[in-house]
Write a protein that binds this ligand. Sequence first.
Ligand code: C5P
Length: 303
Amino acid sequence: QLKKTEVVPLLMEWFVQQQQIICANPTEVAAKLRKMVAGGARKTVVISDFDYTLSRFANEKGERLSTTHGVFDDNVMRLNPALGQQFVDLKNKYYPIEFCPILTQEEKIPHMEKWWGTSHSLIVNEKFSKNTIEDFVRQSRIVFKDGAEDFIQSLDAHNIPLVIFSAGIGNIIEYFLEQKLGAIPRNTHFISNMILFDEEEKACAFSEPLIHTFCKNSSVIQKETSFFHEINGRVNVILLGDSMGDIHMDVGVERDGPTLKVGYYNGSLDDTAALKHYEEVYDIVLIHDPTLDVAQKIVDMIN
Ligand code: C5P
């Protein structure tokens, strides 16, 4: 059994040895880790994005895998190509805007609202049934990062709440977890866009407020929810994300402890400006990492 003072230097040493890890300010990271180790599991909450954070960005052949919204693009294309094409056209139009390096967030927001709003209307107008959507998920190209199942189960085992904060579709994440883990672990909570079903279990609306990439912060958190009380007093946050929209997911959690931000970089290595930006906003940047090893090691250290 290692002493609490020994674990942080060992983890920092391991970080240095891993090629895919960039840690721009190791002194600050070590200081945050020391506070987290001192606080232990009881003081910790994990706030994580889903698409391309808990799920993989690409398969072994380098082919792009699916987001939660992408589940509709793929499956609808198979069943109803004209409608499927509408989903794909939306993605082709708006995805480049989401990641455009020139536009400001303020300039992007109306486009994101249009993208999410239009694709949600397509889903509601088609009145997809819950069963159909569960089937879509079964046949989808959403793949967990290596170690994600164990990571989620180990958080549950140690009573560390996991908040999955996603601008994707929460029901798709729920069905995916149910299919992969057998059930949603008790510790897992969702802040996401939820499809609401009518009495015949057909999609009839989406939850409000709409959550898109650039409003993942306290503005969309309903503070009366039971889990918000559950995470009260958990002053240390481990934040996992893959985009610039994920870095404020901890805003709204009232506390004075540190947030350790771990960012999964899925972009091009030639895009040095983007990489530099990730290094500035995330404490630890993981380059093209298809695993949850780093997050798991941090949690193991805290327990
Ligand atoms: O928050 P999260 O990373 O899960 O965001 C969901 C992602 O889903 C966005 O980054 C966006 O690129 C994608 N999206 C999509 N189709 C839509 C709306 C969003 O693929 N209709």
